[in-house]
Design a protein around this ligand. Structure first.
Ligand code: NAD
Ligand code: LMR
Length: 327
């Protein structure tokens, strides 16, 4: 797979993410779509001496159709971002419509593409995407993902900082659930290598992973939310999909998915009593080949899981209702 479309490519995530994709030799064609500036962003990136050919499209002259036709992976950071005092759910009103419109385009112009959704609130935008694809009769649950990679990137970073370790990438910490506040569930009890944390450290680090987004929103003081770290995480996720689609095996990244449609996922959904959940996913040439269960949780994590599932169910229902006509 080599043809990648970025929708929302002129934004604060879209631009650095497109830079990373253009820098990669895994990508041969990069289509940038946005309601503003996409042509200029593409011209700028085309001066970089890598093979990927970049083209930019605006809504006029069937830009979305041109950006999507033939695309094999569609990455979506389109929509508005948080300002201080906002929750991710406050973005719903605007971003629900953005995602529904863009997914109608995906259904029409590249129905078999992989879709990676960055746009918040991910807990609800993914169910919206799924409902739109289902209505069009082209939903493949193995190819539609909410991007939660930033949560595992944060868990590795924060545990290394807490323990005074130099290399965060040494720590692999599963993060499951959703992508907002209490729905984000880092599983430090399953860290590899195992880590010993005091109760104070565990409380602090769990909170920091759950509310890491707020830390950046506050620090940027009105200028936006996570962007460059998200571009890094989004590129890591894109690379996983592309490499697996080219036949590389053993690639596992977390993603927020419609569990009943993913191999091994139906049982996980039944056990958790929720249909959408981020779990580690093994990728293959045709998308998700296996969802991994959440595994053995500590008593601390079991408590957090209950809250996460409760909150998540509301977010999912809200997304589904948006398309089914209930909101
Ligand atoms: P931004 O405002 O800088 O960029 C968004 C871009 O989307 C803009 O260029 C805008 O013109 C474009 N856009 C808006 N409506 C569009 C449409 N209908 N079609 C195409 N493009 C459209 O915002 P950002 O900082 O890049 O954040 C983008 C989204 O990513 C936000 O919803 C944010 O909350 C989310 N986000 C998610 C994660 C995650 O972990 N999943 C992390 C960080 C940010
Ligand atoms: C994040 O986790 O940083 C993103 O979801 C952006 C946000 O609004 O917090």
């Amino acid at each position: 797979m080599t043809k990648v479309a970025v929708l929302g490519a002129s934004g604060q995530i879209g631009q650095p993410l497109s830079l990373l994709l253009k820098s990669s030799r895994l990508v041969t064609e990069l289509r940038l779509y946005d309601i503003v500036h996409a042509v200029g962003v593409a011209t700028d990136l085309n001066h970089i001496d890598t093979p990927a050919k970049v083209s930019g499209y605006l809504p006029e002259d069937n830009g979305l159709e041109k950006a999507l036709t033939g695309a094999e992976l569609v990455i979506i950071p389109a929509g508005i971002a948080r300002k201080p005092g906002m929750t991710r759910d406050d973005l719903f009103k605007t971003n629900a419509t953005v995602i529904a419109d863009l997914l109608s385009g995906v259904a029409k112009f590249c129905p078999t593409a992989f879709v990676a959704i960055i746009t918040n609130p991910v807990n609800s935008t993914v169910p919206i995407a799924v409902e739109v694809l289902k209505n069009a009769g082209v939903f493949n649950p193995r190819k539609v993902f909410g991007v939660t990679t930033l949560d595992v990137v944060r868990a590795s970073t924060f545990v290394a900082h807490t323990l005074g370790e130099e290399d965060p990438q040494k720590f692999k910490v599963p993060v499951v659930g959703g992508h907002s506040g209490a729905t984000i569930l880092p599983l430090f009890s399953q860290s590899q290598p195992p880590v010993e944390l005091t109760k104070e450290q565990l409380d602090a680090i769990t909170y920091r992973v759950q509310f890491g987004g707020d830390e950046i929103v506050k620090s940027k003081a009105g200028a936006g939310s996570a962007t460059t770290c998200m571009a890094y995480a989004g590129f890591r996720f894109a690379q996983a999909i592309i490499k697996a689609s080219k036949g590389e095996t053993g690639i596992v990244e977390p993603a927020y998915v419609y569990l009943p449609g993913v191999p091994n996922g139906e049982q996980i959904a039944k056990t958790l009593d929720v249909e959408y959940f981020a779990v580690p996913i093994e990728f293959g040439t045709e998308g998700a080949v296996k969802a991994f269960p959440v595994g053995k949780l500590s008593a601390y994590e079991q408590d957090l899981l209950k809250t996460a599932v409760r909150e998540l169910k509301g977010n999912i229902a809200k997304g589904e209702a948006h398309v089914r006509g209930g909101s």
